[in-house]
Design a binder for this molecule. Structure first.
Ligand SMILES: O=C(O)CCC(=O)C(=O)O
Ligand SMILES: [Mn+2]
Length: 211
């Protein structure tokens, strides 16, 4: 008999955390953020290979990647040079509900997956602070989330993420491998077109007592 690997400790999956009204509100928030900071096509460090996921950010810092400068956080959009739009209060309140920590997130990465887009197995490790969790919100079509362990070769399992689900990676799971195998176009009618948004909230700089 093939047994499923246990769910990694510190990985929390809140199914249906956001109701439809909250999801509709978040889409309006994302639309406004994208109007100020357009989605761009990020590229892999060194090779310059484009990612299939389009990205933008809100918050004081945004996660970006390009051929020459690689993965990093910066306060401005890589193409427009403008500051990222501020962290919307409704996104901050989701962090407050799920992060279980007093400190505030600095970055909200907005990922847009068109049909066919995916995100390879990786670890969120470009932050300077790992005491804070990563909180991530799924909106739109379903997506297969692949999750492994601390080491790249560790066994993996997949979880179906649906619109309104919240994932938290904390403590032992803060640095586990994860990615999106694929999305399932047409599984949700929140958006007028097939696709999936994911919002990833992260603390980037060390937590200060005053935060
Ligand atoms: O789309 C997702 O659910 C995961 C996104 C992710 O892992 C990331 O942007 O680092
Ligand atoms: Mn990630």
């Amino acid at each position: 008999m093939i047994t499923k690997p246990p769910r990694p400790k510190g990985l929390e999956h809140y199914v249906g955390a956001l109701d439809k009204a909250d999801q509709v509100g978040l889409i309006a928030t994302i639309d406004a953020a994208i109007a100020a900071a357009p989605l761009y096509v990020p590229a892999m460090p060194k090779t310059g290979r484009p990612l299939s996921v389009q990205m933008t950010n809100c918050g004081v810092l945004g996660w970006v990647t390009c051929k020459d400068l690689g993965y990093r956080y910066q306060p401005t959009h890589p193409e427009t040079g403008a500051s990222w739009p501020p962290m919307p209060p409704e996104i901050l309140s989701i962090w407050k509900q799920y992060a279980g920590i007093e400190t505030v997130p600095e970055a909200c990465l907005i990922n847009w997956y068109e049909p066919g887009a995916k995100l390879g197995l990786h670890v969120d490790r470009d932050e300077q602070e790992f005491a804070a969790p990563v909180v991530s919100i799924s909106l739109g079509d379903d997506g297969w989330f692949r999750v492994g362990g601390l080491k790249r070769g560790d066994p993996t399992q997949r979880l179906l993420l649906k619109s309104g689900d919240v994932i938290v990676l904390r403590d032992e799971a803060r640095l586990i491998h994860h990615g999106i195998d694929r999305i399932l176009p047409g599984t949700n009618d929140l958006l007028p077109v097939p696709g999936r948004y994911n919002l990833t909230l992260r603390r980037v700089t060390p937590i200060r007592k005053s935060d």
